[in-house]
Design a protein around this ligand. Structure first.
Ligand code: PEP
Ligand code: CO
Length: 456
């Protein structure tokens, strides 16, 4: 193509993308000053991409393998990242938690685990109400650090477009550190395994000792054989977030100079939330025009027809790895609802990647006002996910969880037995409750046992 036809082609690709502007976009902030939003968007448009098209393509291939049952996806991180918590230590501990989980899952599944953080851009949150009222005072709801502040004052809660630019820079420094950690020796398999040994040496986690011992023997065996490969000391790590805030996503869409295709360079993988997946809505339209791997959350009221129409819109070519469905049904519903959905999609000949989010269908509020989740409900939904796939003959391809590397007390239960009273000791999430470091590892061991049992 000459550069002129290339320009014409990308102008028409952008024109197609911009069809979303005519559609309803739910869950957007009301910015008080539209000119300031336009200025922030223009500034973002001049910034370098955060990820490259080739990386997104590589992730698509990895996800295609997971959809075929030849890999397993581990996607996790905060419900809402914050600017304040984008520190070296906290980022390191989250990466470390995901790497530790991945080693256990790799062993359990006997297949590669694709590591995808809810990191470096997971700032914008959908809310059930536009406003929040405290003691008779009503202010805009907190929509995530990239929109407004958490403090309950009119100044802080007013949507501030300079946060879009700050969100980009915080994402860039987070991603930079992730790349350094995962390429620079921190991800060494033997090191990660040694951390897991620390976890199982705690008497409360004794039941995981035998699996850890098996992994230990496998590593010693590889060592004895003289296996030395970059795969032991470095790892691929991808980032993802909910593509909620279109004023942030749109200026980061870029043309791939190799092909003329559009990519949303804010993350490798983007997902559409349960509240914004309307077929005639702006989010579905927007993401249908970028080549990144896309996921859609499906809640308990999702029908086969919803799923098939989303496939037609987002993945008309049915390209392996392009589309992931993340089901979040709730432990009490998954066994009733998921098999029918899986069967309907299977019967239509489609093979999206199916992943479980065992968090968002299992929320509860304690009498003392804490938003929490029970570890046992999370595990129950996970097991229900595997059962539903067994029933439908489809492939359970991964897990999507909200977690942190810190020692918080936000979810009930686990081997530390966090009870309602303990929630008050260290509840730090500004949004949904996350599994803490130990609960995350425990979940990985339990899922690994299940994968091993399935002989996958
Ligand atoms: C989330 O993943 O934080 C979220 C809001 O999920 P859902 O869209 O499934 O409710
Ligand atoms: Co959440």
């Amino acid at each position: 193509m000459t550069s002129q036809t290339h320009d014409t082609a990308s102008a028409s690709a952008f024109a197609e993308l911009d069809a979303y502007r005519a559609l309803e976009a739910k869950q957007q902030p009301s910015w008080p000053d539209p000119a300031a939003v336009a200025a922030a968007s223009a500034e973002l448009a001049t910034q370098p991409p955060l990820v490259f098209a080739g990386e997104a393509d590589q992730l698509r291939e990895r996800l295609a393998a997971a959809a075929r049952g030849e890999a397993f996806l581990l996607q996790g991180g905060d419900c809402a990242e914050t600017f304040e918590a984008a520190t070296a230590d906290k980022i390191r501990d989250r990466v470390k938690t995901l790497l530790q989980m991945a080693v256990v899952l790799t062993y359990g599944a006997s297949m590669p685990v694709i590591k995808v953080g809810r990191m470096a851009g997971q700032f914008a949150k959908p809310r059930s109400s536009d406003t929040e009222t405290r003691e008779g005072v009503t202010l805009p709801a907190f929509r995530g650090d990239i929109v407004n502040g958490y403090d309950f004052t009119p100044e802080s809660r007013t949507a501030d477009p300079s946060r879009l630019v700050r969100g980009y820079h915080v994402s860039a420094s987070t991603l930079n550190l992730i790349r350094a950690f995962t390429q620079g020796g921190f991800a060494d398999l033997r090191q990660v395994h040694a951390w897991n040994q620390g976890f199982v040496s705690n008497p409360a986690n004794q039941r995981y000792e035998s699996l850890a011992a098996e992994i230990d023997r496998a590593l010693k065996f590889m060592d004895a054989c003289g296996v030395e490969s970059a795969a032991l000391s470095q790892t691929e790590f991808y980032v993802s977030h909910e593509a909620l805030l279109l004023d942030y996503e749109r200026p980061l869409v870029r043309v791939d100079s190799r092909t003329g295709d559009l990519y949303d360079t804010s993350a490798h993988m983007l997902w559409i939330g349960e509240r914004t997946r309307q077929l005639d809505g702006a989010h579905v339209e927007f993401l249908s025009h970028v080549r990144n791997p896309i996921a859609v959350k499906l809640g308990p009221t999702s029908t086969v027809d919803d799923a098939l129409r989303l496939i037609d819109k987002l993945d008309p070519e049915r390209e392996p790895g392009r589309l992931t469905f993340v089901t979040r049904m709730g432990a009490g519903k998954i066994r009733d609802v998921l098999p029918g959905l899986l069967e309907g999609v299977r019967d239509a000949g489609a093979t999206p990647l199916w992943v479980t989010d065992p968090m968002h269908g299992n929320g509860l509020t304690t009498a003392t006002g804490y938003k929490t989740r029970r570890f046992d409900d999370v595990m129950d939904e996970l097991l229900g996910f595997f059962e539903a796939h067994r029933e439908a003959g489809t492939i359970p391809g991964g897990i999507h969880v909200e977690l942190t590397g810190d020692d918080v007390t936000e979810c009930l239960g686990g081997s530390e037995n966090i009870d309602e009273e303990a929630l008050a000791t260290r509840y730090e999430s500004l949004c949904d409750p996350r599994l803490n470091h130990r609960q995350s590892l425990e979940l990985a061991f339990l899922v690994a046992e299940e994968l091993k049992r399935l002989g996958r």
